[in-house]
Design a protein around this ligand. Structure first.
Ligand code: ADP
Length: 361
């Protein structure tokens, strides 16, 4: 009986994975208005069932100011954390079948990146973000397969700040240490040889580690949002599964990446250290965009070397790896130009995968 259940579950998961036709997908999420924001003025005109998004320039109302985008999915401001995860779940599950998966949150500060990935501060279970739900799923499924597979799970957490990679799970000096990045590609994992890798047995273990890791992130104030994070954080879950019958092993990895805010420099009116931070962020985000674009175009040369972010994720951003980018939008009219540049970035990253650009050439 149990055997049939496992078989049915495996078949269902297999079908789910098959449905993920492309390797790069982009989900757009519009965050709701926050208290104090003018709810009457939204830059969002229309959200379609099939990933269409119509935005409007507040200073050019009407047809002239409209611009249409199309993504794999658009979540409106009323979408719940649970709904968002439903469409992410098959990707997460494929990690247990040996896939490398990268999930990114991209957008300007205050657009909901952390909300989507982690949830609000002291989140209830209902408010849990993708990270918690993904880990829960991984542990639950591995438990349900315990008669056929032995899964071992380890996590790493690093931060990239001003093009330097730091270990967020190390102790004392190792945590402050700047890490080297492997120049050759590593199968399944971060190309960071010295970053601490800690074994975990349950979601709660990972949550404890994430708390430590988040506390170690470099945070500084900007005029946009005091608590905005100026670094990229990468939580990597490494999975090794051993088939109990045959003894063969498979390895998968899940990278959960909360990117630094994508807002442009002049917006924050920054100088000195803040300017340097902004320039590093800018450079790494465009390098990420270039890499994903090159992958979607299936070009021979993929420019991984242009930033630490893309170097660190190199082995998990090509081949059979699967990439999901959450593109976060603040609907406020005051954010229109940032939203537009976010959407254009996302369009470049995703549009081609759908085959549109190729057929237009
Ligand atoms: P970012 O990480 O992009 O800087 P946050 O995730 O911190 O943005 O979101 C900014 C604010 O908006 C936070 O107060 C957050 O709780 C709130 N927020 C974002 N998305 C949602 C959502 N879908 N539902 C409710 N509140 C949200």
């Amino acid at each position: 009986e149990n055997y049939h259940a496992v078989l049915a579950e495996n078949r269902r998961l297999y079908n789910e994975v098959q449905e993920l036709k492309g390797n790069i997908r982009v989900y757009c999420r519009i965050r709701p208005f926050l208290p104090g924001e003018n709810r009457k003025q939204s830059t969002i005109d229309y959200i379609g069932e099939n990933g269409e998004l119509l935005v409007v320039n507040p200073s050019k109302p009407g047809k002239d100011g409209q611009r249409m985008f199309k993504f794999n999915k658009v979540f409106g401001s009323t979408a719940t954390q649970e709904q968002v995860f439903l469409d992410t779940r098959p990707l997460v599950r494929s990690v247990l079948d040996g896939y490398n998966v990268c999930i990114f949150a991209y957008g300007q500060t205050g657009s909901g990146k952390t909300y989507t990935m982690t949830g609000p501060e002291s989140a209830t279970e209902k408010e849990w973000g993708v990270n918690y739900r993904a880990l829960n799923d991984l542990f639950q499924i591995s438990l349900s397969r315990r008669d056929t597979y032995l899964y071992e799970v380890g996590v790493q957490m690093v931060e990239i700040y001003n093009e330097q990679v730091r270990d967020l799970l190390g102790h004392g000096s190792s945590q402050k240490k700047t890490l080297g990045v492997l120049t050759t590609s590593q199968p399944n994992g971060l190309a960071v040889p010295d970053a601490s890798m800690l074994p975990v047995k349950a979601t709660s273990d990972v949550l404890d580690l994430m708390q430590i890791g988040h506390g170690n992130r470099a945070v500084s104030a900007t005029t946009l949002n005091e608590r905005s994070s100026r670094s990229h954080s990468i939580l990597t879950v490494h999975v090794r599964g051993t088939d109990l019958k045959t003894g063969t092993t498979l390895r998968g990895s899940l990278h959960l990446v909360d990117l630094a805010g994508s807002e442009r420099v002049d917006r924050s009116e920054v100088t000195g250290d803040r300017l340097k931070e902004a320039q590093h962020i800018n450079k790494s985000l465009s390098a990420l965009g270039d890499v994903i674009f090159a992958l979607s175009q299936k070009t021979a040369h993929v420019p991984y070397r242009n930033s630490k972010l893309t170097q660190v994720l190199q082995s998990s951003l090509g081949g059979h790896a699967k990439t999901l980018m959450f593109v976060q939008i603040n609907p406020d009219t005051g954010s229109f130009s940032e939203s537009l540049s976010t959407l254009k970035f996302a369009e470049r990253v995703s549009g081609v995968e759908l085959g549109a650009a190729k057929s237009q050439k």
